[in-house]
Ligand binder design. Structure first.
Ligand code: ZN
Length: 447
């Protein structure tokens, strides 16, 4: 078996891994690296995203490596683990290189992928195979038959999967991204009994989300985030000031908590922006949007401005859920804070960030600037009303313990972030360069 760690092994983004067994290659994920995408958009000459400009700025996984290896024509399937952009959003720009290759994803992930193709104005002609959580599918290759399993995982969006590929050399277990949440706010805990069965069958290699392998804790449950949201919103009940709350559009469980406790403020709840509309619609399509009746979705700019005008005059009547928690230029929150809408923040108004700043310079600087503007206006800021969706060191220890893989390959972070996973593996009896490897983008590992 050979593994090409195409992208996402030196940064948080552009995830792609290729596995080759005999004459058959399988691709896991096709994500974007978002910081250069945001910079590209901010450029004065920017018109639209193309494969060319995205490749030039290093936003796409460098899958040209597969051509050099002679692997591209051998790709038999593309597996998508979950709906986050750093796992799926490169697909519209790369898919033309893989004609007739089927794409496998859960219904929620596939719904988001459809939206991404629509946004990129690219037609998706490849066969789409919908994988229900905890289901499997057989794939015929040149060198044999394979079974791929989408094992239910807990993370921070809906229908996330661990992908288990059964090969004649053993199981490849792809665990990007996950945390081991025993009390998820939506859906079930991860499929622990299946982990044990797979471990008995023999997991040859575990490719794992090592982002927080250096943090000595378990990642707190989403239930904790629910309590944080409740607490944050309890401070604004019976107030006549404005209330805005922002979070990740794809985090449907978090949105559920926000609506649940938002209702107690007796305010009308509006979700504004295209991105929220996109993910909430996908959740509705798979009947996993329990708060549909409690909210109104506003999508278009003129409707948004109309609503914000009403909020300006009746501040205590509304709770506005919006995008822009990373202070992305041009996001609704950025426009509001920069006084580009009919609503103007004033002293005593509230903004809740149910998110954390993604620690890259472009986001840190943007949020700093936004916070300064908000403070100048006397707005009450509640930040970090959030828990992560990525497992920490003790989640990782548990996963390794359950699966007992022969080999571990840390992924999803900088080399420094992956090194702490190598150290943890060392603690668990794995040997560097023999049974645990530190890879890099474009590197080939022969196992
Ligand atoms: Zn993710």
């Amino acid at each position: 078996m050979e593994i090409c760690t195409v992208g996402g092994y030196e940064e948080v983004g552009k995830n792609m891994t290729a596995i080759k067994v005999g004459d058959d290659v399988f691709l896991f994920d096709a994500g974007l690296y978002l910081p250069p995408v945001i910079e590209l958009q901010a450029d004065d000459n920017f018109q639209e995203y193309t494969e060319k400009n995205l490749r030039e700025v290093g936003a796409l996984p460098d899958d040209l490596t597969l051509d050099k290896l002679g692997w591209r024509d051998k790709v038999r399937a593309i597996f998508l683990s979950h709906a986050h952009l750093d796992h799926v959003a490169a697909l519209p720009y790369l898919i033309h290189r893989y004609p007739n290759v089927p794409i496998l994803a859960t219904p929620f992930t596939m719904g988001v992928v459809d939206y991404l193709f629509e946004d990129a104005k690219v037609e998706l002609k490849n066969k789409k195979i919908l994988m229900q959580p905890n289901s499997s599918y057989k794939i015929k290759g040149r060198s044999g038959e394979y079974t791929v399993e989408f094992v239910h995982a807990t993370h921070s969006t809906l229908q996330c999967a661990f992908i288990a590929l059964h090969t004649k050399e053993g199981v490849v277990f792809y665990a990007l991204d996950f945390k081991l949440d025993k009390h998820p706010v939506m859906g079930e805990p991860a499929n622990y009994s299946r982990f044990k069965e797979l471990s008995k069958k023999g997991v040859k290699v575990l490719i794992v989300d090592a982002l927080y392998s250096g943090t000595d804790r378990r990642c707190p449950s989403e239930r904790i985030a629910r309590d944080l949201v409740e607490d944050a919103l309890s401070t604004v009940r019976d107030k006549n000031s404005a209330l805005f709350i922002t979070t990740f559009s794809s985090h449907i469980a978090r949105l559920k908590s926000i609506v649940e406790f938002g209702k107690l403020t007796k305010r009308k709840i509006f979700f504004i922006g295209r991105s929220l509309n996109k993910y909430v619609t996908c959740a509705q399509q798979i009947k996993m949007c329990p708060f549909s009746r409690d909210i109104q979705l506003i999508k278009y700019k003129n409707q948004v401005d109309g609503l914000l005008k009403k909020v300006e005059h009746n501040r205590g009547d509304y709770m506005i859920v919006c995008t822009g928690h990373q202070a992305e230029p041009g996001s609704i929150l950025d426009r509001i804070v920069s006084d580009k809408t009919p609503f103007k923040f004033k002293a005593g108004d509230n903004i809740i960030f149910s998110s954390s700043v993604i620690p890259v310079p472009i986001n840190i600087n943007a949020r700093d600037m936004m916070d300064k503007k908000l403070r100048k206006k006397g707005v009450r800021i509640q930040a970090d009303v959030h828990v992560s969706g990525h497992g920490s060191r003790e989640d990782l220890r548990d996963l390794v313990d359950l699966l007992k893989p022969k080999i571990i390959i840390p992924a999803h972070g900088s080399l420094q972030q992956e090194t702490t996973m190598v150290e943890l593996a060392g603690e668990l009896g794995y040997k560097f360069h023999e049974t645990v490897f530190l890879s890099a983008n474009g590197k080939l590992l022969k196992l």
